[in-house]
Each structure stands twice: as C-alpha cells, then as structure tokens.
Design a protein around this ligand. Structure first.
Ligand code: PEP
Ligand code: MN
Length: 377
C-alpha cells in the first residue's frame, strides 16, 4: 500500500542532488573552535552539509546535555564563513524557533522524539508553512508505521522537503550493534514512499568506529540516498558518543573506499531479507547453546548431590517422565516425536557424561584415588 504524501525534491542547488548526500559533523557542538575546525576540515574534503547536536537527548540525567543555544552562533559562523549548510536536531517548539531564528538550513527530528506522536505534532504545528527541509530519524522502537506517521504529521503541516534517517533500533537482546539496523524496516519505508530520500546514520547504528564502513557500504548497496556520519577533530576526546566518531580525514577515506554499484533493488531486497532471517536464526542458535550450557551445569550440580548421597546417576523413571512430557509438548508445537527423542537422547547422554565427570573429578581431586565406577552407574 503506497502512502499519499506530497513530496518536493529535497535539494539545494548543486548540493543535495549529490548521491550519496553526505551530512557530517560532531555528535555535539562543544566549543566554537571545535565546531569551526571540524567544519573547515570537512569542507576541505568536499563535505557541504554540517551537522551538530546543540541539545542532546541523553539516556540518563547528569550526562552532557549539549551546549544549548549558545552554540547556535557557531553554526551561523559555519554557514556564513564557510558557505556550508547547517543541520541540527530539534526536539521541541523552543528548539524550532531558535533554529529558525539562527537560519539553520535543515532540521532533524531525533529517534526519541519521532517515537512520540505528541512531540512530533507540536513540532509540525510550529513549522506550519515554513519552507525548510526536515529529516526524520526512525523511532527508537522498530515500528515502520510510527516512522511513517511522523513523516505524515510534518507533511500535513506543509513540509514537503522531507527525508528519513535510518539510525537503527533499540533491542533488549545483546547485539554487536548499538542500534540494530533491521534493514527490512527502511526497505519497507522505501517501498511505501518510493520518492522519499533515505539517509543512513551508520554512527548510531554501530556505536563504534569499526563497523562504519560495512554499514555505509550496505546502505549504498541498498540504493539509499545518503549518509550522516559523526565527525570530530579529536574523536577520543568528544563529549558525547566518543567511540563512534571519526576525524574528517578518516571520513574522507571511508567515503573514497565506498563502491557505488548500480541499483538492483529486487536483488538487494531479497538478500537483505535472507540476511535478516539468518541473523534471527543465529540468535536462536546462540540461545540454544547457552541453554544447553545451563542445562549441563544443573546436571553437574545434581551429580554432586547424588554423589554425596550415594544415589545412582541413572534413574529410569525420571528419564521416562522427561521423555514423555517432552514428546507431548513437542507434538503440540508441531515437532516430530522422532526428532524430540533424538534430541533428548543426546541431551540425556551429555548430561550423564557431565555427571560422571563430576563424580570422577571429585574422587580424584578430593580423595586423590581412582573413582569407584560401580558407584557411578
Ligand atoms: C544524534 O544524531 O546525535 C542523535 C542524538 O541521534 P539519535 O536521535 O539517532 O539517537
Ligand atoms: Mn550522537
């Protein structure tokens, strides 16, 4: 189902018709020198859109929450002295007014804000009939509808120069990404609103420098329209997101290394879907091994207990009961009896091995004598 959205080409003469469109600059504006130096170096490498966070949404209080409005004149200077376009995050009406007053060129709505329809609606109302490009980051939670909803609210307020920023999604499970990319969600967005530019933000997806290239290349292979990458003159000393920032020079190398292939969306959509499913499978396989490890630790515990109390390892009635319950349960879940019997035989055998080892080890370690095997089986 396509979305009825009234888009105008997102472009500035000679800049935003570049593909990929690059936005770069620090996570946070920290000082005038840091802003100006970063911008100058970026400009040397041909970057035309400078991003910087002025107000920072932080997970916990008492972290650095951005320099606030005092940073806005620094961005004005970037615009006036270096001729770059400037982009900042706005999270409320006050931010919108300050940004417009300063002459900021592009606004973006952060991931925490786009998850909140009330906040987005207020920003949209404040922007009514203002002709300014707005980029909407995906909401922190993996919900394409919420992302689309935020874009629609802005569009209904008359904002036609819209773009989406894909910055990944929070997950509860451990992952080597800071925010899991879940590529199928921006792909779905592209399918629903084909003319909407999609910019990938590898910095917030990765959370560290090592994976930036891989994610950027993938975004290009999916035929997305641009990249937003956090850049700092001295990344290790950055006041926020230090691990993921890179120098303007490293950014230039990363961009030069990108291979821009011809679009073959059909194929990339297919590959991405496959990869997503494989990733899910890997997650379950990891869990399986984890669970088996815990299962065996318990077997060892029981082994120790049996040993102490002189009980045999194998208690047939218990094993029959385990197997019967599992077969019934598996049947309800559409798993064959044959499969379940095989799996549980293997688990049971491994369990016995672990228990045996515990008993032997105890005899050898504690009593320093050959174990009495009749005691074990
Ligand atoms: C940012 O771009 O610095 C930022 C805070 O991003 P996000 O809203 O994606 O967390
Ligand atoms: Mn950041």
């Amino acid at each position: 189902m396509g979305i009825d959205i009234d888009l105008q080409k997102f472009e500035f003469e000679g800049i935003t018709n570049q593909k990929p469109l690059i936005l770069a600059g620090p996570c946070s504006a920290e000082s005038e020198t840091q802003v100006m130096e970063t911008a100058k170096q970026l400009k040397q490498y041909g970057i035309k859109i400078f991003r910087a966070g002025i107000w920072k949404p932080r997970t916990r209080p008492n972290a650095f929450e951005g320099v606030g409005r005092k940073g806005l004149p620094w961005l004005k200077k970037v615009k006036e002295e270096l001729g770059m376009l400037t982009a900042i995050e706005v999270a409320n009406v006050k931010h919108v007014y300050e940004a417009l007053k300063t002459g900021i060129d592009i606004l973006w709505i952060g991931a925490r804000t786009s998850a909140n329809p009330f906040a987005v609606q207020e920003i949209a109302d404040a922007l009514k009939d203002v002709d300014i490009p707005v980029m909407v980051k995906n909401p922190v939670n993996p919900d394409a509808e919420l992302w689309i909803g935020a874009l629609e609210r802005l569009n209904n307020a008359g904002i036609k120069k819209l773009a989406a920023i894909h910055r990944g999604f929070s997950t509860y499970s451990k992952s080597f990404y800071r925010n899991h990319p879940q590529w199928q969600i921006p792909i779905e967005l592209k399918r629903r609103i084909p003319r909407l530019p999609i910019i990938t933000d590898p910095s917030h997806i990765c959370g560290n420098r090592d994976l930036l290239f891989e994610i950027s290349q993938k975004a290009m292979d999916l035929d997305f329209d641009g990249l937003m990458i956090e850049t700092h003159i001295n990344p290790d000393k950055a006041w926020s997101d230090a691990h993921q920032q890179i120098t303007p020079k490293t950014l230039n190398e990363l961009l030069n290394d990108l291979i821009l292939r011809k679009a073959d969306v059909e194929n990339t959509v297919l590959m991405t879907t496959l990869e997503e499913i494989r990733h899910e499978i890997d997650k379950y396989d990891d869990k399986l091994v984890d669970i088996l490890e815990h299962r065996m630790r318990l077997a060892e515990k029981i082994g120790e207990y049996k040993k102490k109390n002189n009980i045999t390892i194998l208690q047939t009635s218990r094993w029959d009961e385990i197997l019967r319950r599992r077969i019934e349960d598996a049947d309800r879940k559409g798993l064959s009896e044959e499969f379940i019997i095989k799996i549980f035989r293997a688990i049971h055998q491994e369990s016995i091995n672990h228990q045996t080892k515990v008993m032997n080890a105890k005899d050898i370690d504690l009593d320093n004598k050959v174990p009495n095997t009749t005691e074990i089986l």
